[in-house]
Design a protein around this ligand. Structure first.
Ligand code: ADP
Ligand code: MG
Length: 238
């Protein structure tokens, strides 16, 4: 049985059906990328997995457990968005520790756990800095550390690199992938950038207008596009 199993998932906003009867599975430790043009439903699908968008029908199961109707904080999911949703008036340490303080962990346990993820994202020495004292890439690493510190069973990343300049973006791609592999963390990554998807993913789900039109390894999507849309989107006509 797959680690994540999504069955006949449907989401509407009023009259607008974003996706209907979507099915897919994800294995434990897999890095899956939802790739597709703007407006195709990537963020809505990710937010549905996170429990931030209640779905209209279907089932989301993780590790054999039906989480479809669980609250976001019960799901064991960590999430990072495009814009760094850090608390501006809190230090790096306090931003990362926030989730653990909510869980009422002991101070020494919090210090240990925060130090671990700070080392993981390579931000040693920045603990007492404030977000405005950091670069964009550093802020996204704080956001990543904050998502990781609660030891999520799934990591959801919604265009976390899109606001960064090209050089930092490339370095962070590698860093995210290295951390994900080290933790063997099941990850769903959203992007509209083919190159990002090609270089980072175990598997790509290519989406168009609310449908997964093809899923497979980066190589197979690129070399064996299922239709004209996939071929065009993967850059065969550029
Ligand atoms: P993507 O992330 O691929 O760019 P989205 O998931 O953001 O696409 O959007 C998919 C569709 O859902 C769009 O038609 C968008 O207008 C609609 N949508 C997304 N969020 C909302 C919302 N909160 N309320 C109403 N419609 C929404
Ligand atoms: Mg989006």
């Amino acid at each position: 049985m797959s680690y994540v199993s999504v069955t006949q998932l449907t989401k509407r906003f009023g009259e607008n059906t974003v996706f209907e009867d979507i099915d897919f599975t994800i294995e434990q430790g897999e890095f899956v990328t939802l790739l597709g043009p703007s407006g195709c439903g990537k963020s809505t699908l990710l937010r549905s997995l996170a429990g931030l968008n209640p779905v209209d029908s279907g089932v989301i199961a993780v590790d054999g457990e039906d989480i479809t109707h669980q609250a976001p904080q019960q799901r064991g999911i960590g999430m990072v968005f495009q814009s760094y949703a850090l608390f501006p008036n809190m230090t790096v340490f306090d931003n990362i520790a926030f989730g653990l303080k909510m869980k009422k962990l002991a101070a020494d346990q919090i210090a240990t756990d925060v130090a671990k993820v700070i080392a993981l994202v390579d931000l040693q020495g920045k603990e007492q800095h404030y977000p405005h004292q950091l670069s964009g890439g550093q802020r996204q690493r704080v956001a990543l550390a904050r998502a990781l510190v609660v030891r999520p069973r799934i990591l959801l990343l919604d265009e976390p690199l899109s606001a960064l300049d090209a050089k930092i973006r490339k370095r962070l791609r590698q860093q995210i992938r290295d951390i994900q592999k080290e933790l063997n963390l099941t990850t769903v990554f959203v992007t509209h950038d083919q190159e990002e998807a090609m270089t980072m993913s175990d598997r790509i789900f290519l989406m168009n207008k609310g449908e997964i039109v093809q899923q497979g390894s980066p190589e197979s999507i690129y070399t064996q596009p299922a239709n004209e849309f996939v071929a065009g989107f993967m850059g065969h006509y550029n």
